[in-house]
Design a protein around this ligand. Structure first.
Ligand SMILES: [Zn+2]
Ligand SMILES: [Zn+2]
Ligand SMILES: [Zn+2]
Length: 146
């Protein structure tokens, strides 16, 4: 499990505030949450907070490596606090549900590019697209996005 949010902020030298704690907790609680989802969760926890304050907190946490921002074509940005393990994502084309996939053979082989052009590579953006079991069962996209 993840260490508690306050400790993770302190470890990075980030001042601990109620807003930052609530944002980090929201991302912990809902992996691959959208910014809108974070805003809803934070408002439920601490009450009024501006949209800009949530975006600012997310940007700070992302730049400090506490959350990872993922943006896939055709969908809004999502945030997760499972960072630093180069895991990949499997996305349902119909409902947009995202699940984590560990690196195919464990040892981040996708970071070993045949030609690295002199770059130091630390992450590979691998996305698997398909249809989730729910959508396959219904044999069609659901009427609402999950
Ligand atoms: Zn689906
Ligand atoms: Zn993930
Ligand atoms: Zn991989």
């Amino acid at each position: 499990m993840l260490p508690n949010p306050a400790d993770r902020l302190r470890e990075r030298g980030i001042q601990v505030t109620a807003q930052r704690l609530a944002v980090l907790r929201a991302v912990d609680g809902q992996p691959h949450v959208t910014a809108d989802g974070v805003i809803q969760a934070v408002r439920a926890e601490i009450g009024a907070i501006s949209v800009q304050a949530v975006y600012d907190a997310l940007a700070l946490l992302a730049s400090e490596g506490l959350v990872r921002r993922i943006q896939h074509s055709g969908s809004s940005a999502r945030f997760e606090s499972r960072v630093g393990d180069n895991h990949h994502h499997l996305i349902c084309r119909s409902c947009g549900r995202v699940v984590d996939i560990d690196c195919a053979t464990g040892d981040t082989p996708c970071l070993t590019a045949n030609v690295d052009h002199g770059y130091e590579i630390d992450e590979a953006e691998v996305v698997y697209w398909g249809r989730c079991p729910d959508c396959r069962q219904g044999d069609g996209p659901p009427t609402t996005r999950g």
